[in-house]
Design a protein around this ligand. Structure first.
Ligand code: PEP
Length: 248
């Protein structure tokens, strides 16, 4: 039985002071009894947010890491650094990083391996552009992203990974995929995981949907058999996030 996971991706929002205000708004409103909840925040917010979350069951996570342990990589942040401050999750391969910062399937693969090595759960984002959907090759595209993310990854390490299906046309647009569209692709991700690792491992891996999730559509999306929760952008910055976490 997979436990639901709802992850907030704050993107490049909230100064440390503003971050504390948002944590104060949300921390007593989200019900963590049946749902794992994580705030994926900007690097400078990690320590203040971690302190503000002490005594709660809400985890904190980063939105990226670099795949080397240390060295001359100006501007990067390593897995050992994140692990030492108690960071439990990291978003990897978000479409914004793929589009603006040169993230590739190869770097996603290296970052996934590095995160797992340091005990950080990678939330690996995959998803298609509108053009790909219109050309009816969404499933092939997403299958290829998943396979390439997992090159050289053992079943044991794959089981420590979370996937997030995020159709690019649905991110930040207010236009969510329908629950049927989201289920079709999340089901296809489960199928490719089964092909690589077998049913037991595939059934243990959580697959999230992301793309304009809100308090209005979360219940229907999360009711689908292969959708184990959400990766939430815009709605993670407001009280609506608690409605999403607490939905049936
Ligand atoms: C995201 O940033 O991962 C995301 C899904 O954004 P939004 O919820 O705003 O569409």
């Amino acid at each position: 039985m997979r436990k639901r996971l709802v992850a907030g991706n704050w993107k490049m929002n909230k100064t440390p002071k503003e971050a504390l205000e948002l944590v104060a708004l949300l921390k007593d409103k989200v019900n963590t009894a049946d749902t794992d909840v994580v705030f994926c925040v900007p690097f400078v917010d990690l320590i203040p947010v971690s302190e503000a979350l002490e005594g709660t069951n809400i985890a904190f996570g980063a939105q990226n890491l670099y795949f080397e342990d240390k060295g001359a990589f100006t501007g990067e942040v390593s897995a050992p650094m994140l692990s030492e401050i108690g960071c439990k999750y990291v978003v990897i391969g978000h479409s914004e990083r793929r589009a603006y910062f040169g993230e590739t399937d190869e770097s996603v693969n290296k970052k996934l391996i590095q995160a797992v090595k340091y005990g950080i759960v990678p939330i690996v984002c995959v998803g298609e552009e509108l053009k790909t959907r219109e050309e009816n090759v969404t499933i092939e595209h997403v299958r290829s992203q998943v396979k390439r993310a997992l090159v050289g990854v053992s079943a044991e390490d794959a089981a420590k990974t979370v996937f997030a299906y995020e159709p690019i046309w649905a991110i930040g647009t207010g236009l969510s995929a329908t629950s049927e569209q989201a289920q079709e692709v999340c089901g296809a991700i489960r199928t490719v995981l089964t092909e690589i690792y077998g049913k037991a491992t595939a059934d243990s891996i959580r697959i999230l949907y992301g793309g304009s999730v809100s308090g209005k559509n979360s219940e229907e999306l999360f009711a689908m058999p292969d959708i184990d929760g959400g990766l939430v952008g815009g709605s993670s910055l407001k009280e609506d996030f608690a409605t999403i976490v607490n939905c049936k």
